[in-house]
Design a protein around this ligand. Structure first.
Ligand code: GLV
Ligand code: MN
Ligand code: MN
Length: 416
């Protein structure tokens, strides 16, 4: 027997056109996007999304973290809503789809339901989480972290970017600080569609990733202090070279991650050397360590080894160090029922699918703590993401959105 709404499909052209329209805001320098959180461009992207939500008849609320919630009413307004969404902010050299596909895929579901005149018992709420990327203000997934009660709002408001600008002030400046208490909303479920950001689905020619787990992550900010001195006249044994310290830590992070293959990863992504002059030995370096693993014990062991290694390296070089943890979440197991809804949807629609572990962090990883949650992934070309050249096909986007559509509608229950 046909499942309810078995033949339902979203409109691939409309979804694609919306993705391309959003990508015009905050264009990058190489075909992608620079729409970092709480910039004017982020504000502009939010206005465009709000206009689309208004046109679809949705009622938008904004919470004190700036997260946007656009609600399509259900036939039972007291029934807990089904939430769907992701983020519209990007990396400084980001792609057009990381996050955006999940928000606009959610909007496309609602537009399709409107086209077909389909009502659901449970309301459906399309969500744009503030500061998923964590590129401008660490940590990543800041608003969803506050929503889930893992981070405090005061902590979030106090985060600073490289220029010293403060999150709470920037949120007010762009005009998107709402009045809703963060985390007050209760969810029947949360679903997030995202590009894979890795190569597995494309390499295996598979349409859909059914995300069962997300790997855990730790972000450290490391500050090394040595002594600025002349590169020509300072004898080698007398140097206190913070640049050399950073180089050794970069090597250490790589080696530690290599010791826990095949799953663990680690890298230093952000690096600063002071005063950054060709004939001055770097007296100070500031850099970030990003380590990840699907296994909590492994992640903790990697963290410990890196901290001990930094201490040994600094002692040998006669430099001092500070280590600040600026991001952390444990590995995530998504809700069995929501994962099943996604797997069943992919099967029903005839898409090839496999289970997959998310390598990246997502708002779903935090929301999983307060509501039944799952994610659906579609391939991306060469597994490339956090790069302006990030690319997907219209067909991949449509398949992902169709699976999302079926999982959401099944959970929200079609009426009649
Ligand atoms: C978020 O984009 C992450 O770094 O995984
Ligand atoms: Mn993302
Ligand atoms: Mn990202």
């Amino acid at each position: 027997m046909a499942a309810p709404g078995e033949n339902l499909r979203i409109n691939p052209d409309r979804l694609w056109d919306s993705l391309m329209e959003m990508a015009k805001i905050g264009p990058g320098i190489a075909g992608g996007n620079n729409r970092q959180t709480l910039t004017d461009e982020d504000g502009e992207g939010r206005h465009l999304f709000k206009r689309w939500c208004d046109a679809a008849g949705l009622v938008t609320g904004v919470d004190e973290m700036g997260t946007m919630f656009a609600r399509r009413e259900g036939t039972d307004p007291d029934a807990l809503p089904v939430y769907v969404g992701s983020h519209l902010d990007t990396q400084p050299t980001g792609g057009k789809y990381d996050g955006v596909l999940g928000v606009l895929g959610g909007l496309e579901i609602v537009r399709t339901l409107n086209d077909l005149g389909i009502r659901t018992k449970h309301p459906i709420v399309v969500t744009n989480w503030t500061n998923e990327e964590g590129a401008r203000f660490a940590p990543a997934m800041l608003a969803s972290g506050v929503f889930a009660g893992v981070l405090t709002q005061d902590y979030a408001y106090s985060r600073k970017d490289k220029a010293g600008k403060v999150f709470g002030e920037e949120l007010a400046r762009i005009g998107w600080k709402g009045d809703e208490k963060v985390g007050a909303r209760k969810m029947k479920a949360f679903f997030e569609l995202h590009i894979e950001q890795g190569p597995i689905l494309e390499d295996e020619g598979i349409d859909i990733g059914v995300v069962t787990h997300g790997q855990g992550l730790k972000w450290l900010e490391v500050r090394l202090t040595g002594k600025e001195a002349h590169t020509g006249s300072t004898p080698m044994p007398k140097r206190r070279n913070a640049g050399l310290g950073m180089a050794r830590v970069i090597e250490l992070v790589h080696e530690v991650a290599m010791d826990y293959q095949p799953d663990a990863v680690g890298a230093v992504g952000h690096m600063e050397a002071y005063p950054n002059s060709r004939n001055i030995i770097a007296g100070r370096t500031v850099f970030t360590v990003d380590i990840r693993s699907p296994d909590k014990a492994t992640l903790d062991e990697m963290d410990l080894r890196i901290r001990e290694g930094i201490s040994t390296i600094c002692e040998a070089l006669d430099i001092s160090f500070e280590i600040e943890q600026v991001g952390h979440f444990d590995p995530v197991t998504f809700d069995e029922g929501c994962v099943k809804a996604i797997r069943d949807a992919a099967t029903r629609l005839g898409y090839t699918h496999r289970n997959i572990v998310s390598g990246a962090g997502h708002d779903a990883c935090w929301i999983n703590r307060v509501a039944p949650t799952a994610m659906v992934m579609c391939p991306c070309v060469d597994g490339l993401s956090h790069n302006e050249a990030e690319e997907i096909s219209k067909e991949w986007a449509a398949a992902g959105a169709d699976v999302l559509f079926h999982a959401v509608v099944e959970t929200a229950e079609i009426v009649g």
